[in-house]
Design a protein around this ligand. Sequence first.
Ligand SMILES: Nc1ncnc2c1ncn2[C@@H]1O[C@H](COP(=O)(O)OP(=O)(O)OP(=O)(O)O)[C@@H](O)[C@H]1O
Length: 272
Amino acid sequence: MALVQCEELTIAYEGQVVVRDLSFQIHPGDYLCIVGENGSGKSTLVKSLLGLKAPLKGRIVLGDGLKQKEIGYLPQQTDVQKDFPASVQEVVLSGRLNSRGMKPFYTSRDREQAKAMMGLLGIEGLRRSCFRDLSGGQKQRVLLARALCATKKMLLLDEPVTGLDPLVTAEFYQLIKEVNQRSGIAVVMVSHDIESAVRDASHILHLQETALFYGKAEAYRESLVGRMFLERTKAPGEMAGGSQEPAGNTEIAGGGMPAYTETSEKRGTGFD
Ligand SMILES: Nc1ncnc2c1ncn2[C@@H]1O[C@H](COP(=O)(O)OP(=O)(O)OP(=O)(O)O)[C@@H](O)[C@H]1O
């Protein structure tokens, strides 16, 4: 059963549609990267997945016991978060807030969980350090530990490597991959790093108001839309790939990009 099933989702701000007729699923163990141009609706979709923005039409069905407040969320970094005046331990523990309900204090289980996640991510030695004094990479590990405290099923990350140097970025991607592969926690990541997305993700959702592509990462790499996007990000300003498509290709949809959607029956993730 799917953890998340989005059915013909349309999302709008004051009547202005920014996501239209979008359907896809997230299964246990999936690693889905959401890619697309600036302003294509990625963060808006994230807000709806978190229950912070109601769709205008369509619906989001959660399955396999997933609750919206049990989605571990790592938001886009803001300057306010970067300067948060709290200890690492407090920041990680705050991941337990949603599941505490009305209880005013953290339980010993909450503390154990926070300790376990700090251990998993190699930041236990930093637990008394002030969050704002950490490096960018350390901060992201802390925020990842916080998000993991909130979930056993699904992590949602919105451009988590923005501002990190290449080495720290590579380490962070490796961490995410290990979390996904070892724990089976589904990962949903909004990313502008298309090369890494097709390398690490099991599935790609390419958004441009609607799904230009949704399916397995290997199929995306071979698709016209995937090849064009990969080519463009390699050489900014250059358009390539379209002329290499065999004659008679009927995939081309509006806007010169092919629409492709893979059904859940064809997915075969092994977690179905
Ligand atoms: N709170 C808001 N009110 C009105 N319009 C909004 C709001 N938030 C986003 N938008 C608009 O919705 C569209 C999609 O924005 P969104 O932030 O979801 O795109 P995105 O794909 O995440 O972009 P980026 O890659 O630049 O982060 C944009 O045109 C944006 O201007």
